[in-house]
Design a protein around this ligand. Structure first.
Ligand SMILES: NC(=O)C1=CN([C@@H]2O[C@H](COP(=O)(O)OP(=O)(O)OC[C@H]3O[C@@H](n4cnc5c(N)ncnc54)[C@H](OP(=O)(O)O)[C@@H]3O)[C@@H](O)[C@H]2O)[C@@H](O)CC1
Ligand SMILES: Nc1ncnc2c1ncn2[C@@H]1O[C@H](COP(=O)(O)OP(=O)(O)O)[C@@H](O)[C@H]1O
Length: 508
């Protein structure tokens, strides 16, 4: 997991490091990383033309980084040009660049050179950016490496100007800044690499943690054992799915198919009688579950009787339920059971607020989060959520005593105690009907597998584990979106087709 800091926190640590190590030495270190990243990007070019790197230089230290990086490239015999965006520039860095043989021009005099560049380094604004500037327009298809933060992106909030300089890659210094991951950040940064400047963050607590691929693999492997290979289907985990209605039969099928495609031990499905035969035909692996069997399953688990009933390990509740119908007695009982549950879509309209012994994850998108908060007596606007998603997601976590996953281009996972994780840079193509149902199937499957929840017997699953598994499911879902988008347009059924292959990549 990678800690994520606010600009104020990074500024405070940077100031300490500057006084220990000197501002110029830190800037040169940052610039060296920038020059190496530029060289790496140039090495990917297939053109026979000699490399030509143009940097756009702003008035402060971000511009200084760009100039020192160009000086390094210049010394490595790469042809370079610095285009000054402001009359003010970092004087020492400019002198070092010119001493290395570099040329500096005003942007207005050298703008035509941008079209000839094999790589453009955007070193106009970084941490010091404030909204409201006119930014240069770059040639279409330019390869852009952003120094620290793409110019035009607010590094704290993640709100970008329309004219933000879109980057293919962002090399950010010292630590991940919140704005690179939130709101517009993931749409404009391209791939992000953190250049390690060996900052000492021991006195600062990260606002949140990013769960990326390595962390996903590590978290998933924590409880796996060689004994897993000897488990039978009930030991691998039974997922109870409560979903579907005459109005929305498809959502139940998508969640069921996703859980089966993940490799669930057994799926038991509770859908209205009118769509049971459709379900049996489209998901032949799933076994029906009626109200009486739910009651029996809940009762034997409460009395700790093994070997009887449906042996449900976890529940997935909500996709395609008709939210106009209040939950039946059996469904209401499930909300009071100790088995972990993922609750999505219309399930969010009926999940009770207040204390509960059920370890649960609610998975709203922003509009559903507003609805959840409004049911708990808190009225907020979409803007308020966008400005502080972690805060409002925590309010819902507290009101419903649950881990809450706020879904969107960046997803936030927040527990009632305020711990938070985030998953970013997934695939925009996931914004397609039914893709949330697929996520519910993936997470439901994970919660049903005791080798992932880390629970033996009837011990409850702690919120931290619920958060981690939720983040893993969100990461895998994002990865699934990218894999699926790579060879065609995306729809929920295609996501499910690719799920077995993607789950295997994560050790399933
Ligand atoms: N993080 C780290 O640990 C390290 C950081 N380092 C580097 O330092 C960078 C931060 O440098 P920085 O503080 O000099 O600010 P920077 O972004 O260059 O902006 C310069 C000035 O531009 C101006 N300005 C801003 N927006 C504007 C607008 N819209 N329109 C017009 N003007 C605008 C604004 O001045 P103002 O006009 O507001 O007085 C601002 O002060 C950081 O991103 C990284 O690259 C590394 O060297 C070492 C390790
Ligand atoms: N622009 C986007 N970029 C990346 N992921 C997105 C984007 N928009 C939505 N998603 C993801 O797609 C899924 C959509 O879920 P949801 O809104 O519940 O859709 P549905 O109800 O149609 O299944 C969520 O996992 C969300 O994080």
């Amino acid at each position: 997991m990678i800690p994520v800091y606010s600009v104020a926190q990074i500024r405070a640590v940077e100031a300490q490091e500057n006084s220990k190590r000197g501002e110029t030495s830190l800037m040169k270190q940052a610039a060296s990383h920038l020059a190496s990243t530029a060289l790496g990007m140039l090495a990917e070019n297939t053109s026979a033309e000699p490399a030509f790197v143009v940097a756009l230089i702003g008035p402060g230290n971000n511009g200084g980084d760009g100039l020192y990086a160009l000086a390094e490239l210049q010394l490595q015999k790469i042809s370079t040009l610095a285009l000054q965006f402001h009359e003010q520039v970092h004087a020492e860095a400019a002198a070092a660049y010119q001493a290395a043989g570099g040329t500096m021009l005003d942007l207005s005099d050298g703008e035509c050179e941008l079209a000839k560049a094999s790589l453009i380094i955007d070193a106009i604004y970084g941490l010091g950016y404030r909204p409201g500037s006119a930014l240069p327009v770059l040639p279409a298809n330019a390869r852009v490496l952003a120094c620290d933060v793409p110019s035009g992106l607010n590094p704290d909030t993640g709100v970008a100007e329309d004219g933000v300089l879109l980057a293919e890659r962002t090399l950010t210094f010292g630590a991940l800044k919140s704005g690179l991951l939130a709101i517009d950040g993931p749409l404009v940064t391209g791939d992000i690499t953190v250049a390690d400047l060996e900052f000492d963050f021991s006195s600062v607590e990260a606002g949140t943690q990013l769960v990326e691929e390595t962390a996903t693999r590590e978290l998933l492997n924590q409880h796996r054992s060689w004994r897993d290979a000897g488990r039978h289907k009930y030991q691998r985990g039974v997922l109870g799915l409560i979903a579907g209605s005459d109005l929305y039969p498809g959502a139940a099928q998508l969640t069921a198919k996703a859980a089966v495609a993940c490799g669930a031990g057994l799926l038991r499905t509770h859908v209205p009688e009118s769509i049971q035969s459709m379900m049996a035909l489209s998901v032949p692996e799933s076994v029906p579950l009626d109200d009486d069997q739910i009651k029996e399953a809940l009762s034997s688990s409460r009395r700790q009787i093994h070997g009887k009933g449906a042996k449900i390990k976890a529940w997935a509740i909500g996709p395609g339920l008709d939210g106009r119908t209040p939950p039946t007695g059996a469904i209401a009982d499930v909300f009071a059971s100790p088995q972990p549950a993922v609750i999505d879509a219309s399930g969010l309209e009926v999940v009770p607020a207040g204390p509960s012994e059920q370890p649960r994850v609610l998975t709203p998108h922003a509009k559903e989060l507003r609805m959840l908060l409004s049911r708990a007596g808190v009225k907020i606007t979409p803007d308020e959520i966008a400005q502080d998603p972690i805060r409002w997601t925590r309010w819902a976590a507290l009101a419903y005593n649950a881990v809450v996953l706020l879904k969107g281009p960046t997803s936030y996972i927040v527990a009632p105690n305020g711990d938070s994780l985030m998953v970013s840079h997934s695939a925009p193509e996931l914004a397609t009907a039914g893709s949330g149902d697929v996520l519910t199937g993936i997470l439901g499957y994970m919660l049903s597998d005791s080798s992932l929840t880390g629970t033996e017997g009837l011990r409850t699953v702690p919120n931290r584990r619920m958060m981690e598994l939720t983040a893993c499911a969100a990461y895998i879902h994002g990865h699934l979106g990218r894999v699926t988008a790579a060879d065609g347009t995306v729809n929920a059924s295609r996501l499910i087709e690719n799920l077995p292959k993607v789950m295997k990549q994560f050790g399933f």
